[in-house]
Design a binder for this molecule. Structure first.
Ligand code: CMP
Length: 308
C-alpha cells in the first residue's frame, strides 16, 4: 500500500515536472518567435513561462528530495567519528528541514488565501494558482523525507535481522568446540546459540579485570587466555574452556584478570541469559558450578601455600 502510494506520487510528480518543462520550453520559444520573427509578441508567454518555472521548482524540489538528489554538505558528517553521531546529525537535519517545510506549508496556505481576489495581468488566472505551488511543493518534500526515513528504517531493520542471522550461524559453528555444549541436544543448543555473542580479540587484550563487576561469562572457541591470579600466579585456558563464571555465580567482583595470549574467539553469555539457561538446563549450570568451586579451592590453596 505504502509502496503503491509512493510509486504513484513519484510517477505523477515526474509526469508533471516533464510536462511543465516541455510547456515552459514551448512557451519561451513561442514568445521569442512572436517577438522577433512576427514583431507581434504575445503578452501571456512570459507570465506562463514564469509560473511554469515556479511550479517546476517546487515540484522538482519534492521529486529530487525523494530521490536523494539534493546537493548536501557532507563535510561535517564525514568528520564525525561514530555511526550513532552521524545518524543523530542526519536526524537533526531532517527534523530541521521538516520544521522549515511546515512553516512553508502554513504561510503558503496563508498567501493562497490572501491573493484570492487577485488575478494575473496577462493570463487573467487567479494568483492562487502560482502561490499554491508553495504548500503543494512543501508537502511533497515532507512526504519525501517521511518516505526516505521509513525506507531507511525498513533497510536498517532488514540489515539488523540479517546481522542476527549471521551471528547465529557464526556462533553455531563455534559452539561445537566447547565440550560443555557438545553433549546437549539440538533444541537445547539452538536456544543457547541464540543467546551467545561472538567476540574476536587480538593478543594481549584484557578481557576481564580483577575487581570489576561481572555481568557475563566467556567460552573460548579458539585461541588462549591467561588468568592472572590474585596471588601472582597464572593459569592458561585454551579452546573449549570457560571463564568469568565466578563473578556471575557469586555475584561478586571479578576474582582475577584475564587477558588473551594469542588471537582469540570468545562466546559471551550475559548474566540474565545464563540464569535463564541455568533454570532450563541444570546439567550445564551444575558443570559450571563444579568448575567454579574447584577454581575457588585451588586459589585458596595457592593463597595459603603462598603465605607459608
Ligand atoms: P571471574 O571471577 O568472574 O573473573 C575472573 C575469572 O578467572 C574467574 O571468574 C574464573 O573464571 C577465572 N579463574 C579464577 N581462578 C581460576 C583458576 N584457578 N583457574 C582457572 N580459571 C580461574
Amino acid at each position: 500500500m505504502f509502496r503503491v502510494f509512493d510509486r504513484a506520487l513519484i510517477n505523477l510528480t515526474s509526469a508533471l515536472v516533464a510536462g511543465l518543462t516541455a510547456l515552459m520550453a514551448g512557451v519561451v520559444l513561442l514568445g521569442v518567435f512572436t517577438r522577433y520573427f512576427l514583431n507581434d509578441p504575445l503578452a501571456w508567454t512570459e507570465e506562463a513561462a514564469r509560473y511554469s518555472l515556479i511550479w517546476l521548482s517546487w515540484l522538482g524540489g519534492g521529486l529530487a528530495l525523494r530521490r536523494g538528489a539534493h546537493i548536501a554538505v557532507e563535510f561535517l558528517l564525514d568528520a564525525l567519528p561514530s555511526a550513532p553521531m552521524r545518524a543523530l546529525l542526519l536526524f537533526a537535519g531532517r527534523v530541521a528541514a521538516i520544521f522549515f517545510l511546515v512553516i512553508c506549508v502554513w504561510y503558503g496556505l496563508v498567501l493562497v488565501q490572501r491573493v484570492s481576489f487577485q488575478s494575473t495581468i496577462a493570463l487573467g488566472i487567479s494568483m492562487q494558482l502560482p502561490y499554491a505551488s508553495v504548500p503543494v511543493g512543501s508537502l511533497l518534500m515532507i512526504s519525501g523525507i517521511a518516505v526516505l526515513a521509513l525506507m531507511t528504517g525498513v533497510l536498517a531493520t532488514g540489515f539488523a535481522q540479517e546481522e542476527r542471522r549471521r551471528e547465529y550461524l557464526r556462533v553455531w559453528e563455534q559452539v561445537a568446540r566447547v565440550p560443555l555444549f557438545a553433549s546437549l541436544g539440538v533444541v537445547t543448543l539452538s536456544e543457547i546459540v541464540g543467546k551467545l555473542r561472538t567476540r574476536y580479540y587480538p593478543p594481549r587484550i584484557t578481557v576481564v579485570r580483577r575487581g570489576d563487576a561481572g555481568d557475563s561469562m566467556f567460552f573460548i572457541s579458539s585461541g588462549e587466555v591467561e588468568v592472572r591470579l590474585p596471588n601472582g600466579g597464572s593459569v592458561r585456558l585454551g579452546e573449549g574452556a570457560f571463564f568469568g563464571e565466578m563473578a556471575l555465580l557469586e555475584r561478586q567482583p571479578r576474582t582475577a584478570s584475564v587477558a588473551t595470549t594469542k588471537p582469540t574467539t570468545l562466546l559471551v553469555l550475559y548474566a540474565s541469559d545464563f540464569y535463564e539457561i541455568a533454570s532450563h538446563i541444570p546439567k550445564l549450570a551444575e558443570a559450571v558450578e563444579i568448575e567454579a568451586k574447584r577454581r575457588r579451592e585451588e586459589n585458596l590453596e595457592r593463597q595459603t601455600a603462598g603465605r607459608r
